[in-house]
Ligand binder design. Structure first.
Ligand SMILES: [Cu+2]
Length: 191
């Protein structure tokens, strides 16, 4: 019985040392370099003043930034495409789609849709509302388009105009829905 107790005490002492090792002086900095994210939120108005536009339709964002869409009147949405195939979701089934849960008759829907920028690649997206052919009429947007390439939004709109009917993605995915944190200071002119 006595030996068991001694063993138990020793075990506890070893565990204690392991949990609280003796302090060692800090020499240099062994932490890896890291990027401190800016955390900027870029706000985009969807369907500003009953128009078929994302405002602004072009956004330049840093990695770690948030893109936040606010939905004004009518029933709009947004879905990710690639440059060459506007008005249809990414072929591999990935990409974001906000769904059609933001319909509002006036003002703006109390919910917003957000994504986080995780790399510097251009992001292309469109409104998949087929009632009125929003995408074909130019309701597209770009994030971090490369203006040194030929693949720019103005050119994509030309492609979009000839796509016929938009494809609505089958699954809502890829972003976050939440109530907006700040009021729109001017609903008619963006944020
Ligand atoms: Cu739309």
């Amino acid at each position: 019985m006595l030996s068991f107790n001694v063993f138990t005490i020793l075990a506890a002492a070893v565990a204690c040392v392991a949990a609280f090792p003796a302090g060692t002086p800090t020499v240099g900095n062994s932490l890896g370099t890291r990027t401190f994210l800016t955390g900027t939120t870029h706000t985009i108005v969807v369907g500003r003043a009953n128009s078929l536009i994302f405002d602004p339709e072009n956004v330049v964002a840093e990695i770690g930034d948030t893109i936040e869409w606010h939905f004004q009147a009518k029933n709009h949405s947004l879905a990710q495409s690639d440059f060459a195939h506007p008005c249809q979701p990414l072929a591999d089934g990935t990409g974001f789609f906000a769904g059609f849960n933001f319909v509002t008759e006036e003002g703006q829907n109390p919910n917003v849709y957000q994504i986080t920028i995780i790399d510097n690649k251009p992001i292309w997206y469109y409104c998949p509302q087929t009632n009125g052919n929003h995408c074909q009429k130019g309701m597209l947007g770009a994030i971090n388009q490369d203006f040194s390439s030929e693949n720019v939004l103005s050119k994509q709109k030309v492609i979009a105009a000839g796509t016929g009917v938009s494809i609505v993605p089958p699954v809502i995915q890829g972003g976050r829905v939440g109530g907006f944190q700040r009021a729109n200071p001017n609903p008619l002119s963006g944020f």
